[in-house]
Design a protein around this ligand. Structure first.
Ligand SMILES: *[C@@H]1O[C@H](CO)[C@@H](O)[C@H](O)[C@H]1NC(C)=O
Ligand SMILES: *[C@@H]1O[C@H](CO)[C@@H](O)[C@H](O)[C@H]1NC(C)=O
Ligand SMILES: *[C@@H]1O[C@H](CO)[C@@H](O)[C@H](O)[C@H]1NC(C)=O
Length: 605
């Protein structure tokens, strides 16, 4: 038989490796012949072959691994059905079929077919398990994130689904770290080998990452590469003492990769950190630069404009501590106004941003409109009982979550609503009868003058309702206070306010009372505002405002284009790196990109 003659050829050669290789090859051929053997009923003939293989020294662990590897390489060429048969039979020690077990005993090596099968079965089960595990994790921790606006916990929850390509991200992280350690290691004469390894791994990672941006594209053996990298990094960590250097390098890399970070965008917690930490930095820079400039150059101070309190004009109020946000809100309003000369803007800001704001609006002109900047901290003295509140705050958004029924997942929404400071409006603008309040995260796309001729039928404020959030769904927030169950909630963003009516009805007084009552609870402003205005809302046509551009990826683009006002309520503000890319352009076009300060501070490159 063929098998016999091959075996005879090996014995005299006595070269182990060669013998082994041939033996293995032989075994493979053999394993293909086995089923054939069964079919033809000639399996007795295989005994000889088994004996020949046994003549070689007993296999050490090393060698059997070597063989495993060889078999693994050859494995895939074998028909799967045959392999499956082997696995089952290998498990069954009591199998009545005698041929295969015998061969295995005689060979004295681990059962190769099982090794071949493993990757296939493992992959499937581990995938399933993996999915099940992450699902369970989300459910378990779901209860832990309490509603807190801007909570990282909630953000992570929401974006967990989208956390794909974790391997790519892991590789990137490893690459960062490896690059950080490399210079320090390379400087050590005693660590030539390590630095070589490090370099090689870095290059390899760079190559892989330049070719793959998703996990699917990654080469199959990447897990191993990653492990190797991990080991090398661990070694590097153990030999480098100079933390300062590494730290410096890490910072550099962090800066370099900022651009690259678009890649992570929504998916990555890494970017969330990046955006939170770096973007406000450039806004901070802007604010600082403007403040310094303001005090350097006093020549800007203009006379008080008579327009500020002219009741025949259209007065817009914006609460903001963000220079570019309020600038965009104003610029976009002015740009679409039929007549900008009758527009007056009042920007209410805090002491920290007051001078920056002032300088900004002195430097920039917005057609024929005038802009007044007010420091709310100067104004509020004496306006309310100081004991009630420690300080007046700028508006905040509230994130509400509720369950529409017991089994459905929680619905989240970002409800922006009046803050304490809004209740100072009737006093700040003593002689005005009507104002339009804009949030600083809006962009105006149409002429708003129709708002000024609106007949609100005696209601105090005009607002867009959000019926996806109803009062009774906010039951847990509202407590035992009486409210109309099915009335919709409303949003700030674009509000028309009848200040005369407000004063008549003592709205502010009602509010402060309610705040006192509920001040123990989180979101007291939300509660008190909703309750205060329960019967005082004039519902604006929903075409006025499209909201959710700061959290909802699924908004209708046509609707956005047609809306009079876009509201970026949510965490993903358009001025943040984190902002939703497809909505950013509507906001960005109202910035002056040639502005010296903006480019110096890297705002919206
Ligand atoms: C393995 O053995 C069990 C009984 O122990 C038997 O039911 C089963 O059919 C066997 N499987 C194979 C593939 O031989
Ligand atoms: C792996 O799972 C997929 C679907 O989950 C299935 O279609 C496929 O047949 C499975 N493969 C094996 C080898 O079990
Ligand atoms: C206002 O927006 C326009 C674009 O519509 C832009 O050209 C201009 O520079 C902006 N002005 C300011 C002061 O930002």
């Amino acid at each position: 038989m063929k098998g016999g003659s091959v075996g005879g050829g090996i014995a005299p050669a006595k070269r182990r490796w060669r013998g082994l290789a041939i033996a293995v090859l032989f075994l493979v051929v053999l394993s293909m012949l086995v089923p054939l053997g069964f079919l033809l009923g000639v399996h007795n003939g295989f005994h000889t072959a088994g004996h020949l293989a046994l003549q070689h020294p007993s296999p050490s662990g090393d060698r059997s691994r070597h063989i495993d590897n060889l078999v693994r390489k050859l494995g895939p060429t074998l028909p799967k059905d045959i392999l499956r048969g082997y696995v089952n039979e290998a498990k069954n020690e009591t199998s009545s079929r005698n041929a295969t077990p015998k061969i295995q005993q005689q060979k004295g090596i681990p059962i190769p077919p099982q090794v071949v099968m493993q990757p296939v079965t493992n992959k499937n089960t581990s995938n399933v398990n993996g999915k099940a595990r992450t699902k369970a994790g989300a459910d378990e921790s779901g209860g832990l994130c309490e509603l807190k606006y801007g909570s990282y916990c909630i953000w992570r929850e929401e974006n967990r689904e989208a956390m794909q390509d974790s391997m790519v991200k892991k590789l990137k992280d490893q690459l960062f770290v490896a690059r950080a350690y490399f210079p320090s290691v390379a400087k050590m004469p005693t660590q030539n080998k390590l630095s070589g390894e490090l370099k090689q791994n870095i290059q390899e990672f760079e190559r892989v990452l330049s070719e793959s941006t998703t996990d699917v594209d990654l080469p199959r053996e990447i897990q191993k590469k990653s492990q190797r990298m991990e080991a090398v990094i661990a070694k590097a960590k153990s030999v480098t003492l100079d933390c300062h250097n590494v730290d410096k390098k890490l910072r550099q890399i962090f800066d370099l990769t900022e651009d690259e970070a678009n890649f992570h965008m929504k998916q990555s917690a890494f970017l969330y950190q990046l955006a939170v930490q770096t973007m406000p930095k450039s806004l901070h820079c802007l604010s600082m630069r403007l403040t310094v400039e303001y005090f350097r150059d006093h020549s800007f101070d203009k006379e008080l404009s008579e327009k500020y309190s002219d009741t025949t004009l259209q007065h817009y109020v914006i609460f903001s501590n963000n220079v570019i946000a309020s600038s965009v809100a104003i610029n976009s309003t002015v740009m679409h106004a039929k007549d900008s000369s009758i527009q007056v803007f009042h920007v209410l800001t805090d002491g920290q941003n007051y001078y920056a704001m002032k300088l900004w609006f002195l430097r920039n002109t917005f057609k024929d409109a005038v802009v007044q900047v007010l420091n709310i901290e100067d104004l509020n003295a004496g306006y309310y009982d100081k004991a009630t509140l420690s300080h007046v705050t700028l508006p905040v958004e509230f994130r509400v979550s509720f369950h529409s029924n017991d089994n459905a997942p929680a619905i989240h929404n970002h409800v922006s609503i009046f803050s304490h400071s809004h209740y100072l409006l009737p006093k700040i603008f003593k002689n005005l009868e009507k104002v339009v309040v804009l949030d600083d995260d809006v962009v105006v796309q149409k002429d708003l003058s129709a708002l000024w001729s609106l007949n609100m039928g005696g209601k105090v404020i005009g607002a867009v309702e959000i019926c996806s959030v109803r009062m009774d769904q906010l039951r847990s927030y509202l407590g035992e206070h009486s409210f109309k169950k099915n009335s919709c909630s409303w949003m700030s963003g674009l509000n028309v306010i009848d200040l005369a009516r407000w004063r008549d009805l003592h709205i502010s007084k009602t509010y402060w009372k309610l705040v006192k009552k509920v001040s123990m609870k989180e979101g007291s402003a939300l509660l008190a505002s909703l309750l205060t205005f329960q019967d005082q809302i004039y519902t604006l046509d929903s075409r006025w405002v499209v909201s959710g551009l700061g959290h909802d990826y699924g908004l209708d683009i046509e609707g956005i284009k047609k809306a009079a006002v876009l509201h970026y309520n949510g965490n993903m503000k358009p001025w943040l790196e984190l902002g939703i890319p497809k909505y950013k352009a509507y906001w960005k076009k109202f910035l002056n990109h040639n502005d010296q300060y903006l480019s110096e501070c890297n705002v919206n490159r």
